[in-house]
Design a protein around this ligand. Structure first.
Ligand SMILES: [Zn+2]
Length: 379
């Protein structure tokens, strides 16, 4: 294909998958996107299968070139689900305006799925695909935390030497090398209910017990590191004249390193040791369940090649750290060099004004394909 043909073919495929509603809850829609892409990968000679993973039977697409003794040079990760409900496409279908593609999932991350596909197409067209072993893994529940596909992703990653995640690239070609990890901590307080006017001495106020812990939790934010712990949801009490015997608090916790994760876990485990209201107590559930995406020297080595390949196209790429999680958090925690933000350039994910920059399509395809080739040629 000429560059113009690649561009036009990309847009045709893009319109098709953008105009297929595929919210994480809409399994039929995700299956439709998976089936469309499966055929595309098969046409390039990859062996592809769509399986249903986890309790919910989430559709997951795997497409692989022949391995090198069971191993792959690269794993290409992406997600086929979006945050937008069924009917969103009817409201605002795929559209091109002022050099941008608009529609549900243009930025997060259907553009990235096609960068992965067309980078492989480019390697194949130039006769280089048999040098690079690639395993593509697209899941269908990333936007709801990948609960059903996490094991599938980790199992697939075991055989891969490096991971590219095709979440959107930020404006001005900023990729993602570090993501915070985190989770939700649930604190449940139990006490004793009583009439708050007639017999307050018989009660143990669960809400007051719970509230006593909030300043210490909030103080985690003020320490000289990257920990955030926000007390965001609190529930307690039914009637104004009854001392509540139950109260619940949910804390959104984010951490930047494994050490911080351990520190926060220990902090919450010790929290019940402190007591504010006699007869009341707290219990902790949940915690940091998504590890941070950290980079290593090996990740930096991949980055150096990526950066050099972008420079050949007169693109001065850079990398950033972000608070949001992706499936790259799992693979980085396994010690596999992981670079995210390998998709098309755009902004405003999860919003109606999300967009993808059309002039990033061809450069991103080239950067991905050339980086893969350069790395295997150099090893
Ligand atoms: Zn995403």
């Amino acid at each position: 294909m000429t560059e113009q043909e690649t561009y036009e073919s990309f847009l045709k495929d893009f319109e098709k998958i953008i105009n297929t509603d595929s919210a994480s809850e809409n399994l039929d829609g995700v299956v439709e996107v998976a089936a469309f892409l499966k055929e595309k990968f098969e046409a390039l000679g990859l062996e592809a299968e769509v399986t249903r993973e986890g309790e919910r039977g989430v559709p997951c697409l795997k497409a692989c070139t022949p391995s090198k003794n069971g191993r792959y040079d690269f794993m290409f990760i992406g997600h086929m689900d979006t945050v937008f409900p069924k009917g969103e496409v009817a409201k605002r279908p795929f559209k091109i305006e002022d050099g941008r593609a608009l529609g549900p999932g243009t930025n997060d991350m259907k553009g990235g799925l096609l960068v992965a596909l067309y980078a492989i197409e480019k390697l194949k067209a130039e006769g280089n695909l048999d040098k690079v072993a690639i395993c593509v893994a697209f899941n269908g529940d990333e936007e709801v935390g990948s609960e059903n596909s996490r094991a599938w992703i980790e199992k697939t990653a075991e055989n891969c030497d490096r991971v590219f995640v095709f979440e959107p690239c930020r404006p001005n070609y900023r990729h993602v090398m570090h993501r915070k990890g985190g989770g939700a901590v649930y604190i449940t307080a139990s006490g004793i209910s009583a009439h708050s006017g007639a017999n307050p001495e018989r009660g143990a106020n669960a809400l007051v017990e719970l509230a006593g812990h909030i300043p210490a939790i909030h103080a985690l934010n003020d320490m000289d590191n990257d920990i955030t712990a926000q007390c965001n949801v609190i529930k307690s009490g039914d009637k104004f004249n009854i001392i509540p015997d139950h109260a619940e608090l949910t804390v959104d916790v984010r951490i930047s390193t494994k050490e911080e994760a351990d520190f926060v876990t220990e902090f919450f485990n010790k929290l019940p040791d402190t007591n504010y209201v006699e007869g009341a107590s707290i219990k902790i559930t949940g915690g940091v369940d998504r590890p941070p995406m950290e980079y290593t020297e090996k990740t930096m080595a991949v980055w150096d090649v990526l950066h050099a390949e972008a420079a050949k196209l007169d693109i001065d790429s850079a990398w950033i750290s972000t608070g949001g999680c992706s499936d790259g958090n799992w693979t980085a925690a396994m010690g596999i060099p992981t670079i995210d933000g390998m998709g098309t350039v755009g902004e405003n994910s999860h919003r109606e004004d999300e967009y993808m920059e059309l002039d990033s399509i061809l450069p991103m395809i080239k950067i991905v394909a050339n980086t893969c080739l350069k790395i295997v040629d150099g090893q």
